[in-house]
Design a protein around this ligand. Sequence first.
Ligand code: FAD
Length: 321
Amino acid sequence: MVVDEEQQQQRENVLRQEQQLFEVQASDCCGNGCTNCILDNKPKPSKRVLLAGKRNIILAYTKFRLIGKEAHRFDDHVLLLHFGAADEADDVEDSVLDIPPGHHVMLRVGSLLRPYSPYWSDFQRREFRILVKLQPEGPMSRHLAVLQPNDLLEFRGPIGNYTNDSSLTKCIFIVAQGVAIAPTLPLIRSVLENEEDMSRIWHLVCARDLEHVYFREELLEFGQNWNYRSCLYLPHQKCDSPACQSSDHCGPECQELRRSLRYKEVAKVARLDATELASHGNSNIPGQRVLIVAGDASFQKKMKEMASHSLDVDPANVYLL
Ligand SMILES: Cc1cc2nc3c(=O)[nH]c(=O)nc-3n(C[C@H](O)[C@H](O)[C@H](O)COP(=O)(O)OP(=O)(O)OC[C@H]3O[C@@H](n4cnc5c(N)ncnc54)[C@H](O)[C@@H]3O)c2cc1C
């Protein structure tokens, strides 16, 4: 009884501390018109953090140390950055890092704010990873390009509105564009790693070509699960064969492309359009239809419109990351 009361007291203290820590002002918005703006999605203490009786270290701007930096093997303008909390040893015991699937964090350098979506995070070790596409002339890209191991950067979050009720069986269509595939990975892991979640996932990945499909190995691993299917849409895929060079992209029968694909990997040299979307919707499979779109604002808008017709998804079940 005494232990229960103590635990309750501890949880209430954590809740109070978190509420005090997290106050959002108009100046906390990055001004980029994010679908899930920090002003409308103020982070709340999660059940997971409350149960742990600890504080979520990222609720207020917190310094993280760069642990690892790697350029993507086919594109040196795409970086994989790994960060870990940089606080004092005393704080290690009473804090965790909670970035729920589908949520992003805000990076602050001086007055410059930009959102990034972790593709991996570790609750106890308080580490996370992001995939960054450097934009030519972009102010934050300039900072990130020259970042060195042990450099410190400030992040805050988590920001977003995605939730998943694992007790409800769903057909989840996840459409990802380019580097925006990153935030879809934790979502997928959370479904596949939960044996009680009977939902099925269709992962529709839009990239220029095979070399720009990020996390390809991980997608292949996901493919070993009964409830995961992916399809790659690669409109600019072009091999060295004379026929594909002259038509500026591989044809549907291209043997070179077939040889490049791995076991169970499905790819189409086409854009994802309404007909293609509809081809993934199978009305015989029961379950609520959910659509998740990760990409820039115009991609999100287009996919949302197309999917409402092609996949019969209720707008209430659409999440734009
Ligand atoms: C919710 C959210 C999550 C995000 N997560 C990530 C992430 O995980 N990784 C990542 O690399 N970026 C992500 N971004 C974009 C990121 O916040 C920055 O915009 C980007 O890193 C460029 O910042 P910058 O200051 O260098 O250039 P900016 O001044 O922001 O942009 C420079 C130029 O590039 C264009 N541009 C910016 N972003 C894109 C893009 N994604 N595609 C095409 N053109 C673009 C701008 O329109 C502008 O013309 C996310 C954006 C949002 C809204």
